[in-house]
Design a protein around this ligand. Sequence first.
Ligand code: HEC
Ligand code: HEC
Length: 147
Amino acid sequence: MAMALTLLVWLGLPLPGQADTLEAEAAYQNQCAACHIAFPPKKLSAGAWKKIMGQLESHFGVNASMDPSSQQVIADYLAKNVARSFWSDEIPPHNRMTQTRWFLRKHGGIPAEVWGRDAVRSASHCAACHPEAGQSYFGDDTVRIPR
Ligand code: HEC
Ligand code: HEC
């Protein structure tokens, strides 16, 4: 068994179980990154993701519904990858990541006027200030507030 796993790693092939995860990640990217970035799964609670996945026909003013099998794969993927830390039971207003306590705390120092700038417009436009948001990287070292 150990030998077989070593061989898979050496060949660069997915380990058992990992293939499902890769497939789920791909589904998440395909279905949920068409209109905005694929928001980092671990930054919202299981309850909030569940609500979002349960009302995709009326998703923040648009219809984001999809075939039931993709919907199930993505719902499971999000449920498995949520935050384990202290905000993990939080259901923020409108299920918005941008209304979570961690988001408001981390972004509280940004002047109100910045959020209205043409290059930002919405707090959910993460990539406006986090150029690597698409790769789920939000480190301080890359933050750049557009003018
Ligand atoms: C057809 C376009 C579209 C698709 C597809 C879509 N969304 Fe959205 N989503 C939106 C819009 C529009 C908003 C509101 C953006 C805003 O207020 O700036 C939004 C907002 C969100 C928010 C809240 C962001 C915030 O402000 O905190 C989350 C979370 C979210 N979407 C998750 C998903 C997930 C998960 C999927 C895939 C199952 C998905 N979206 C697919 C259009 C879409
Ligand atoms: C208007 C610009 C702007 C937008 C839009 C924005 N952020 Fe930020 N973000 C910042 C700034 C500035 C910081 C603080 C950096 C620091 O602590 O010095 C930050 C910090 C963070 C941190 C903490 C990073 C760390 O290492 O502590 C995370 C995570 C984060 N943002 C995620 C997001 C997500 C997810 C979105 C979209 C839903 C988003 N941000 C939208 C500007 C923005």
